[in-house]
Design a protein around this ligand. Structure first.
Ligand code: MLT
Length: 240
């Protein structure tokens, strides 16, 4: 397998495409997508813009839809839910379609939407992701970190490193090798790494320590979000 890590969607080459892409936004979008599907949401549909989201949402049956979104870490006014993976109770989400937009995470998913197999990963579903990648044995996999508004983010690079470290024998690019070294350095203290990161600090200032603790729990969810049609994510095992 050829494994390439990109530290932001802006760094993804304009030409070419892998067999499989993995988008990462540990804090918090891809963690929240896994948690929403884990709480029984029928699907999560992602949008980079609010207006486009509202149009699609209004076309979906009332009672079967819910909005979720943030800008800069804060809930979007008028939306039902913010981007906290802790505030997704099954009683509210069961069988609903979640219409979601976030500052960075939904942008990287959108950037990779043309890939034949697109997955959303974070620390909570690493084991599910790795077993899927091993089983499928793709020839080329691109791991795309979301970063923060075009900048590198430590927690996404750490997660990319966990993926790189978990795939034996891959032909890895320099970014993947560096990310794997970061993972080896911090793997016993994921929460401390998240707390040290700039977005972790931003969330901490908003009193969201519990969100960080949830996002730092490696392999706590057996849920792998996979794109079933452009922009739409469902649980991998329900795709067949
Ligand atoms: C994002 O997409 O930028 C993040 O998920 C922001 C957040 O922590 O809500």
């Amino acid at each position: 397998m050829r494994l390439s890590v990109f530290y932001g969607p802006e760094g993804v080459p304009a030409a070419g495409s892998p067999d499989c892409a993995v988008a990462i936004d540990v804090l918090r979008a891809t963690t929240t997508i896994a948690a929403a599907l884990g709480s029984g949401a029928e699907a999560v549909q992602v949008f980079s813009g609010v207006e486009e989201l509202k149009t699609a949402c209004e076309a979906w049956p009332e009672g079967k839809r819910i909005t979720l979104g943030e800008r800069g870490g804060d809930k979007i006014p008028g939306f039902a839910l913010g981007n906290s993976p802790l505030e997704l109770p099954p009683e509210i989400l069961r069988e609903k379609r979640v219409f979601m937009t976030t500052t960075n995470g939904t942008r990287s998913l959108e950037r990779m939407r043309g890939t034949p197999c697109l997955l959303a990963a974070s620390l909570v579903n690493l084991a599910s992701l790795l077993s899927f990648l091993k089983e499928k044995a793709f020839e080329s996999v691109w791991v795309v970190c979301s970063g923060w508004e075009g900048a590198y983010s430590l927690e996404d690079a750490f997660c990319a490193g966990a993926i790189a470290a978990g795939i034996e024998g891959a032909l890895a690019n320099d970014e993947a090798i560096a990310a794997a070294a970061l993972y080896q350095q911090w793997k016993k203290e994921p929460l401390r790494l998240l707390l040290s990161s700039s977005h972790g600090q931003r969330l901490l200032k908003r009193g969201l320590l519990k969100d960080l603790a949830f996002c730092a729990q490696l392999n706590s969810l057996d849920v792998l979000p996979i794109q079933s049609e452009p922009g739409l994510f469902i649980r991998e095992e329900t795709r067949k």
